[in-house]
Write a protein that binds this ligand. Structure first.
Ligand code: VTB
Length: 330
């Protein structure tokens, strides 16, 4: 569980924990209907529409802080958009209605519908850019790895803390040309690398799950995915740091409008998500964390995982949704 002391004003109404499940379930079912159709945009749009509709039914005064993009490029769930009935607590919302659009379009493992909710002002308010990230699971001394250390230093320190050799460490890295140097340096020290094509929210979360065999996440992925993963890690107690990649004056200016004064700032886990944060994810395609949506006649089955950082509670919820019902799921 997190060692961060969360003050009263940063605690979310716990009833909302379960409300998130409906939102990600709906988004997952909507995009799963387009699973394997080869149309990323359509699958993503279906998830966005469903998530937005469901979010707007919640008794919250919500603001999207991590969303589908900025207002000029995303008509829905854009950063800054207000969601909810407005009759309820002020909350920050981070969404990735379909994380792994390509995975869904190709019916490959690991796509999810995911969102986080926290008290207003406690999730990083950031533009849709890349983020350099490092993450490990719980049980290590604080600061054992650091984004500013070399990969060799980080692997050596982690191996020492784990009581093994660097060549017994498994790193998870996104399979991208930008990681060519990182991958060759890790291989040079004998590290095993699990490459993923997409889906680094789950990738980061899986560092905290010993059964996955992943010891560390390294490399550059999306910033939105970084904030969502941070919320879940805060619950299970891992360590993470992230740095936004603001490599053009335009991106620096965009970030500044969101209150980011230092474009090179290294964010600690409790700065990416500082309050009581709830994260929910529903599987779209089958994956190692979650099963995908199953359409079985009149019944639709979903699997959702919900993390709450304040209490460290992780819940897995198996849903059965009946299309026969007047209030059937979309
Ligand atoms: C990741 C991954 C996503 O985007 O964050 C990645 O988790 C980063 O961008 O599933 P690039 O694809 O440009 O490397 C996704 O792959 C797609 O949103």
């Amino acid at each position: 569980m997190t060692d961060l002391i969360v003050t009263e004003d940063k605690i979310i109404e716990r009833i909302l924990t379960m409300e998130l499940v409906r939102v990600t379930e709906r988004a997952a079912v909507a995009s799963a209907r387009l699973r394997g159709h080869g149309n990323e945009k359509a699958a993503d749009q279906a998830a966005v529409d469903a998530m937005r509709r469901e979010l707007n039914r919640l008794p919250i005064d919500g603001t999207i802080v991590i969303g589908e993009g900025e207002r000029d490029e995303a008509p829905m769930l854009f950063i800054g958009e207000k969601v909810g009935t407005t009759k309820g607590p002020k909350v920050d919302i981070a969404v990735d209605p379909l994380e792994g659009t390509t995975l869904c379009a190709k019916d490959m493992p690991g796509s999810i519908a995911v969102m986080a909710m926290a008290q207003a002002g406690t999730l990083l308010y950031a533009p849709d850019v890349y983020m350099d990230k490092i993450a490990i699971g719980p049980g290590y001394p604080k600061g054992v790895v650091d984004l500013d250390n070399t990969p060799e230093e980080n692997i050596a320190a982690l191996a020492k803390a784990k009581g093994c050799k660097p060549n017994e460490i498994t790193a998870l890295v996104m399979d991208r040309p930008r990681h060519a140097e990182l991958i060759s340096r890790l291989r040079a020290i004998g590290c095993s690398i699990r490459l993923i094509t997409d889906g680094d929210v789950v990738g980061v979360i899986q560092c905290a799950e010993p059964s996955t065999g992943i010891d560390i996440y390294l490399g550059i992925g999306g910033a939105p995915e970084g904030v969502l993963a941070a919320g879940a890690l805060r619950c299970v107690g891992g360590q993470m740091q992230g740095r936004l990649i603001l490599d053009t004056p335009e991106k620096v200016a965009r970030a500044a409008t969101m209150g980011i004064k230092d474009p090179k700032k290294k964010y600690e886990l409790n700065e990416l998500a500082s309050g009581d944060v709830v994260v929910a994810a529903t599987g779209v395609t089958d994956g190692s964390l979650l099963s995908g949506v199953k359409f079985r006649g009149d019944v639709i089955e979903t699997e959702t995982i919900v993390y709450r950082s304040l209490t460290g509670t992780v819940r897995r919820i198996a849903g059965e949704h009946r299309e026969l019902s007047k209030f059937h799921i979309d």
